[in-house]
Design a protein around this ligand. Structure first.
Ligand SMILES: Nc1ncnc2c1ncn2[C@@H]1O[C@H](COP(=O)(O)OP(=O)(O)OP(=O)(O)O)[C@@H](O)[C@H]1O
Ligand SMILES: [Mg+2]
Length: 241
């Protein structure tokens, strides 16, 4: 089995966005300007993650962190470059998008556990999710659209822990949780690390990244402007402000 679990090679991603340069119907009719323009979001990203490593992905808002996670998860297909993943992960929760707003907490748990195939194990899975999330029965019976962002993050992270995949992808979960939940998540992340799982960790808190990850990359306008030891890369990030 290859030592490299995730390989990202020269990945380019761009999106079509509204072209603010189109001011009038005349612009459109005369085709002087297209209503859309292509914007480069990831510009030649290359990174390798070995089994059991923890990679931190840091950068300002809009620098491309979540897009990189989505690309690694196979949700976005790069127009150039290649992503190879030699392991399993929970792609839906990985990017915090697996939670259905109209469904209750309990319904989301059942739906996602069946997607993972974890439901077959039965037993204590739901109990563990409930315990970790600290969400009450009453809350879990409510549709998620009525949850605060912290409550939704508690649910999402707790369900993702039930997934026994090799790679744990965490996008900002610590940012919305309260202090108690943040501390608990950090402890859990260290425990998961200790089990030899691979972690991709996106956060705006460089000290957390330095603590949790052995290496990190720094994105700026879709370009990787630094990579290496997480402490050095986090220090570089702090100097951006
Ligand atoms: N589906 C999309 N269509 C068009 N543009 C998009 C889409 N998703 C993201 N973008 C653009 O891509 C850029 C990078 O977004 P991304 O969400 O990856 O940033 P981020 O680093 O995760 O930011 P944040 O720290 O705010 O979470 C932004 O300019 C955003 O507007
Ligand atoms: Mg993001």
């Amino acid at each position: 089995m290859s030592d490299v679990i995730i390989s990202v090679e020269d990945v380019h991603v761009s999106f079509w966005q509204n072209n603010v340069g189109v001011y009038s119907i005349k612009d459109l009719i005369t085709l002087r300007k297209s209503p859309f323009k292509s914007k480069t979001i990831l510009d030649g990203i290359s990174v390798e993650v070995k089994r059991g490593e923890s990679l931190g992905i840091i950068g300002r808002n809009g620098s491309g962190k979540s897009t990189l996670l989505r690309t690694i998860a196979g949700i976005i297909k790069p127009e150039k470059g290649k992503v190879t993943v030699n392991g399993t992960f929970a792609p839906i929760l990985a990017i915090g998008a697996g939670i259905e707003q109209e469904l209750t907490g309990y319904e989301n748990i059942s739906m996602l556990l069946s997607l993972y195939g974890t439901h077959k194990k039965g037993g204590d899975t739901i109990k563990n999710i409930k315990e970790f999330s600290e969400l009450s029965d009453e809350v879990l019976r409510m549709p998620v659209k009525q949850y605060s962002s912290g409550m939704a993050a508690r649910l999402a992270f707790s369900i993702s822990l039930a997934n026994e995949s090799d790679i744990l992808i965490i996008d900002e979960v610590l940012a919305v949780g309260d202090q108690g939940f943040q501390a608990k998540c950090q402890e859990k992340i260290f425990q998961i690390k200790g089990q030899g799982k691979t972690i991709l960790f996106v956060s705006h808190f460089p000290d957390d990244v330095a603590r949790i990850c052995n290496k990190a990359i720094l994105l700026e306008h879709g370009k990787m402007i630094d990579s290496g030891n997480s402490i050095d890369v986090c220090n570089h990030y702090k100097k951006l402000f």
